[in-house]
Design a protein around this ligand. Sequence first.
Ligand code: NAD
Length: 251
Amino acid sequence: MNLTGKVIVVTGAANGQGAAEAVALAKHGAAVIATDLGDEPAWIGETDAPLEYSRLDVAVEADWQALAAHIRSRHGTVHGLVNNAGITNRARLNDIDLASFRHVMDVNLTGSLLGIQAISPLMVDGGSIVLVGSVAAVTGHYPVAYTVSKWAVRGLARVASLELGPLGIRVNIIHPGFIKTAMTASAPAAYIEHTLAETPLGRLGEVADVAPMVSFLMSDESAYISGAEIPIDGGQSAHAGMKRLSDLARE
Ligand code: NAD
């Protein structure tokens, strides 16, 4: 995949999947603008990949406007946006407090909307946007705020692919399964055990399982793919709870 000449923004790029995606995109030749909440993470200075860093809270409209102004003056245009930043909250239906629910929606959903609104007007024909859903976006998962936010991001991806397609801008959404990052580091042992039992490929995911798909979706090799939902979950979401039945029947 040759991404030479493409300017690509990645949100939530200080850690986890976003960091791996930013590095992979840069290694394929893109000029990557990695963004996240804090100061520039140390690893950016240590990598030989051509990355620049900007502080950006995806839930703050003014931050997006500042980034758009920076891109306009420094790069003129932008070819890709990876709306990766996200947070979780494991509270259940009757336990979630309103402030926490709104915060998850602000970051996961509103952040994705603000990103599209700020960046897509700077995009050229051939632009590509990747939103990040989850297995929680395709199932009735128990963490209510996270699940609702990710289902809504799915809807946003569909609307954006419809609206931006005529401008030559593609919009797709990936649905990672359990990926080993800071977000999942605190997952209870029972959760990990269950995930492994429900994953046909029989292992948890790594950031290196996700980054190549993002690079592909940013590249011209995926030029006719838009409005797609792509699970990266070892098969977890494909069997609708039937794996346990299948395993029991085999026994
Ligand atoms: P992570 O916690 O390692 O990284 C998330 C990054 O987002 C962090 O660097 C964090 O600082 C940043 N972030 C949080 N709030 C932000 C904000 N308001 N503005 C800008 N940046 C912000 O988690 P990850 O696993 O790399 O998650 C990346 C994406 O993948 C998220 O959207 C997450 O919901 C999704 N996802 C993760 C998993 C998994 O198993 N890890 C599964 C499905 C989906």
